[in-house]
Design a protein around this ligand. Structure first.
Ligand code: CTP
Length: 221
């Protein structure tokens, strides 16, 4: 039987934007994330009167009026910030595009061009896997970006990262998920349920995702 949770407010951490991993004091490794999706989710969740902590990598966007805004650069800083906030939260929406690699040894001084260089990269930690121990009844929502075997790889992430929902995005020549474009996405739940949305603005996708999260939190857990 469904149990209705009356505890308010619903406390959500939203992570957004890219992480940025230094090579030297001037250069970095990052990705094409703009933060637009995460900022939209945070903005709409605030309008729904949820209590929002937005943790963001560098984004050229004005942050919505959230309860707490935390600015981070690297994946390590993002993990630390989430770990600090997660105990007070009911839900984590992991929209940040975490850089999968970082320089093994970032240089302390600017690397001179005339010396040439080869860069040794090492993988960053999987933040969602690192956070698995903190889950304890909270809702974890991930985003998945794939260029091939899109649904299969995303369902694998849903399972290995212990997620309640995964928002599946594809990147092809004609379908660019970065910025404020209209998108096709599929929201997949841990019990196999699927919501497919075609050619929708990110604000619409954010509403559908928050509807699903609220349904899981208030009615189905
Ligand atoms: N994520 C994470 N830690 C990482 C990389 C990603 O927690 N080091 C999170 C993202 O915020 C997202 C989800 O995991 O919610 C899936 O991210 P994605 O980049 O699609 O997949 P990866 O786990 O990085 O796997 P791969 O790049 O090999 O597809």
């Amino acid at each position: 039987m469904a149990i209705i949770r009356r505890r308010m407010p619903f406390k959500i951490i939203v992570t957004a934007g890219p992480t940025l991993e230094p090579i030297d004091p001037v250069r970095f490794i990052s990705n094409r994330s703009t933060g637009y999706m995460g900022y939209k989710i945070a903005e709409i969740a605030v309008k729904r009167r949820h209590s929002i902590t937005l943790i963001s990598g560098p984004a050229r966007l004005k942050p919505p009026k959230v309860k707490r805004f935390i600015s981070i650069e690297t994946a390590d800083e993002l993990l630390k910030a989430i770990k600090k906030e997660i105990k007070k939260a009911d839900c984590l929406i992991m929209c940040a595009a975490v850089s999968d690699f970082r320089a093994k040894k970032p240089a302390r001084k600017k690397i001179k061009r005339n010396k040439g260089m080869s860069l040794k990269l090492i993988p960053n930690k999987d933040l969602l896997k690192e956070l698995a121990r903190e889950k304890r009844g909270k809702l974890f929502v991930g985003f998945s970006l794939e260029t091939e075997n899109i649904v299969k790889n995303s369902v694998k992430k849903l399972k290995t990262k212990n997620l309640d929902l995964v928002v599946v995005n594809r990147l092809t020549k004609s379908h660019n998920p970065f910025g404020d474009n209209k998108l096709d996405v599929c929201i997949i739940g841990s019990s196999g349920q699927k919501i497919t949305l075609y050619n929708k603005y990110k604000s619409y996708i954010a509403h559908v995702l928050l509807d699903k999260i609220e349904q899981l939190w208030y009615l189905e857990r």
